[in-house]
Design a protein around this ligand. Structure first.
Ligand SMILES: [Zn+2]
Length: 126
């Protein structure tokens, strides 16, 4: 797989393989509230939003599991509170092509996500 950091995303959404990687990485729980996704509607959220496409748009490091849809529960909350969401890494600036470098607040602590579906604890900055 070629990882381009500039240019356009391939495809209209994450591949089934990437979706599986993201859900397994997040242990089938909402990253924001920790709710199990087995019993509720959930969605895969793009941290750098789909409205700001880039080559890494559909890579695991740009994706998190959230309960709800784009208008409900945590997924809805993130889109309704972009400033707070950005402070927590749930949204990444539309100018930043490196979501893998932006820590994400999770119920397991502050984490860095990589394109391969890996997750590592992030050191608190500043
Ligand atoms: Zn949630």
């Amino acid at each position: 797989m070629i990882l381009r950091k500039e240019g356009r995303p391939s495809g209209n959404g994450p591949t089934p393989e990437t979706r599986r990687l993201v859900l397994e990485r997040d242990r089938y729980k909402c990253v924001r509230c920790g709710r199990s996704l087995m019993a509720v509607r959930y969605s895969i959220h793009h941290r750098r939003l789909r409205s700001h496409p880039f080559a890494g748009l559909h890579e695991a490091c740009n994706l998190i599991s959230l309960c709800g849809s784009g208008t409900q529960l945590c997924h809805g909350w993130v889109h309704d509170h972009p400033r707070e969401a950005m402070e927590n890494g749930w949204i990444v600036s539309g100018f930043n092509p490196h979501p893998e470098q932006v820590p994400v607040k999770t119920t397991r602590g502050l984490m860095l996500l990589d394109a391969g579906g890996g997750v590592t604890p992030a050191r608190a900055e500043r």
